[in-house]
Ligand binder design. Structure first.
Ligand code: MN
Length: 264
C-alpha cells in the first residue's frame, strides 16, 4: 500500500469502502444512500465510495486502501448466483451491481476485512460465500409470515427478532429480543459454509448471519441506518464495525510498509 508522503496527509480514521448502487436509468448512474455515509462518519470511519468497474479485478487496487467494507441495501440478488432460475415474484436485478459486490465481498472475505452487510448486503454476502436465498419469501415459504415489507415509517421497529447467545451480534446487542424495521422480500435460505444464522424473527426468517471464520463479518436483514436517530442501540452495529476496522488498520500498520494484502 502506498502512503502519500510529504503533503501533510494524515489519516487516523479507518477507511470504509461502500459499494455503489447502480441503475440503468438514463445513461446509467451510481449512487449511495446518504444515511450509510452518515452512520459511518458518526461512528468514526471515513467513507470511500466504490463504483462497479468494467474490469472487476481492478477493484483489488482499491480494496488495498480500505479497512472495512459496507455492503448496503438495494435491489434483488440475481438467482443465477445461487444456481436457481428466476421465479415470477423476483424483483429488479442489476448485473453491474451484483458483479461489483460479489467480487468485493469475496476479496474482503479472503483478506479478512471487516464486513457489514445490510439488507441486500447481508443476502449478497451470504451468496458471495456460497449460501442461498429465498427469491421471494411470501411465495416460497409456507405462511403465515409477518409483514417484512413494512408500510410504517422507515425508522419504525415493526417486527421482533431473537438474537442467538454467544454470537458477534449478541456481543453488540445482547442476546434476546430486539425490534427492527423491515424492508425485504428476499431472505437468506441456507447460510454459507462457515456462516451461521444469528437472529431470526419468530416466523422463521433469518434476520442476521455472521461468519465463524472471520474476525468481523456480519449481515443484518434490517436497516439500522434508518433507526439510529430513534434507537441509539442500533448505532452499536456501526461503532463495533468501525472498531473492528480500526483494529485491523492497527494490525496492518504494525506489519509495516510493503506488507502485502495477504499479510494484513
Ligand atoms: Mn424482516
Amino acid at each position: 500500500m502506498t502512503t502519500p508522503q510529504g503533503n501533510g496527509f494524515v489519516n487516523s480514521k479507518p477507511i470504509i469502502g461502500i459499494t455503489c448502487g447502480h441503475t440503468f436509468e438514463g445513461s446509467g448512474r451510481f449512487y449511495v444512500n446518504e444515511p450509510y455515509v452518515r452512520c459511518i462518519e458518526a461512528a468514526g470511519g471515513l467513507p470511500f465510495i466504490i463504483p462497479g468497474l468494467k474490469s472487476a479485478a481492478d477493484l483489488d487496487g482499491l480494496l488495498d486502501y480500505i479497512d472495512g467494507l459496507l455492503l448496503p441495501g438495494g435491489v434483488d440478488v440475481a438467482p443465477i448466483h445461487f444456481d436457481e432460475e428466476p421465479i415470477p415474484a423476483l424483483g429488479d436485478v442489476n448485473p453491474v451491481w451484483d458483479e461489483l459486490e460479489l467480487y468485493a465481498a469475496r476479496a474482503a472475505l479472503h483478506l479478512d476485512l471487516p464486513i457489514l452487510g445490510i439488507c441486500r448486503g447481508a443476502q449478497l454476502l451470504n451468496v458471495a460465500a456460497g449460501g442461498t436465498l429465498y427469491q421471494d419469501i411470501d411465495s416460497q415459504i409456507p405462511g403465515p409470515l409477518y409483514q417484512h415489507t413494512q408500510k410504517a415509517p422507515n425508522w419504525y421497529p415493526s417486527h421482533s427478532l431473537s438474537v442467538e447467545e454467544g454470537t458477534l451480534l449478541a456481543e453488540i446487542f445482547g442476546s434476546g429480543d430486539v425490534r427492527v424495521n423491515s424492508f425485504h422480500h428476499q431472505s437468506i435460505k441456507e447460510p454459507a459454509r462457515g456462516f451461521e444464522a444469528t437472529a431470526r424473527s419468530s416466523d422463521g426468517i433469518i434476520e442476521a448471519v455472521e461468519s465463524r471464520m472471520n474476525s468481523f463479518v456480519l449481515g443484518v436483514q434490517w436497516h439500522p441506518e434508518h433507526m439510529v436517530g430513534y434507537y441509539p442501540r442500533q448505532m452499536k452495529l456501526f461503532t463495533s464495525f468501525i472498531d473492528a476496522a480500526m483494529q485491523r488498520k492497527g494490525r496492518c500498520k504494525a506489519v509495516g510498509t510493503g506488507s502485502t494484502a495477504e499479510s494484513c
